[in-house]
Design a protein around this ligand. Structure first.
Ligand code: SF4
Ligand code: SF4
Length: 300
């Protein structure tokens, strides 16, 4: 039973996305993820609570943060702002003390109605494109009560709904949330359990159980399986062919996504090292893998 009027922690609402479901989407990013993928492009999504971020190029060096945010032990070291990221409760005024916006709070408490008021601003773009609301993260199923309320309310307002998930949640939660969806997008990054654990910090048994349980519960739900192709992790034919075959067996679509480094600066903003170093995936190699996967889709 979903609790009414739950509060969610939202770290972004992105308008006019065309990569996160059918048509033009408004993507609501919820904070918190049980995985720790080393290539994660949204590291600010991982912690389940609001946290501080700092953008060096916007800092004017006024020192306001050092003076006001004593609880975070802010200080400058080698021209970088350092603070104690383990403080769970930020002062209420934390978002207001920086005159340039360099220091900012990531994650805002919002009700489902507040989120939908923002999402509905794009309603006119949904009609022709068959777009709608996409719930993303982080892992949206970590805030399951809020996600359920938001999706149910969106459906009651005749909005099309999609959810992007890594699939890691109790199976009853995953199946329950999917009843509100017009489309599901699930990442499957690796099939080998040991390698999955090594690179994401989590077991993939639950993820694989969930995708089968969801398909069984909703035989007609459009499902798109996606694999981000990461050099040294899963950029090999066998791995991708096996995931493509699984998707086909589940009557799901399948696409691979090219590794990118757009999230690297976010690690700096969070005082964290980027775990993947300087790896790159060439466009040629990605296109080659894409052709192999497309061939599998046609022949198996
Ligand atoms: S308050 Fe903002 S602008 Fe001033 S030193 Fe801190 S981060 Fe930089
Ligand atoms: S599942 Fe997605 S949000 Fe979570 S750590 Fe991995 S890449 Fe980041």
């Amino acid at each position: 039973m979903e609790t009414l009027m739950s509060i969610g922690i939202v770290f972004n609402i992105q308008h006019f996305s065309v990569h996160d479901g059918h048509g033009i989407r408004t993507v609501v990013f919820l904070k918190g993820c049980p995985l720790r993928c080393k290539w994660c492009a949204n590291p600010e999504s991982q912690k389940a609570y609001p946290e501080m971020g700092w953008t060096k190029k916007e800092c004017i060096g006024c020192g306001g943060c050092i003076k006001e945010l004593k609880v975070l032990a802010c200080c400058f070291e080698q021209e970088r702002l350092i603070w104690n990221a383990d403080v769970l409760k930020l002062p209420d005024f934390a978002d207001d003390i920086c005159p340039s916006g360099a220091l900012h709070v990531i994650g805002k408490c919002m009700s489902a109605d507040e989120v939908l008021a923002e999402v509905e601003k794009d309603q006119k773009f949904y009609e022709n494109s068959e777009g709608g609301l996409t719930l993303s993260g982080g892992e949206p199923m970590m805030q399951d009560a809020f996600a359920g309320e938001l999706l149910a309310k969106a459906k009651s307002r005749h909005m099309r709904t999609s959810m992007e998930t890594c699939g890691f949640a109790p199976t009853d939660t995953a199946v329950r949330l999917c009843r509100h969806l017009d489309e599901l997008i699930m990442d499957i990054k690796l099939l080998d359990p040991d390698r999955h654990k090594k690179w994401t910090g989590a077991d993939n048994g639950m993820i694989l159980r969930n995708i089968h349980a969801i398909r069984e519960a909703y035989p007609d739900l459009p499902i798109l399986v996606r694999t981000p192709v990461i050099p040294g992790v899963n950029d090999n034919e066998d791995e991708l062919i096996n995931i493509a075959r699984l998707a086909k067996k589940l009557n799901a679509g399948y696409e691979i996504l090219k590794y990118h480094r757009l999230g690297v600066s976010k690690y700096e903003s969070l005082n964290r090292e980027y775990p993947m170093g300087s790896i790159e995936l060439s466009a040629e190699r990605f296109e080659q893998l894409k052709r192999i996967v497309e061939q599998v889709r046609k022949t198996y």
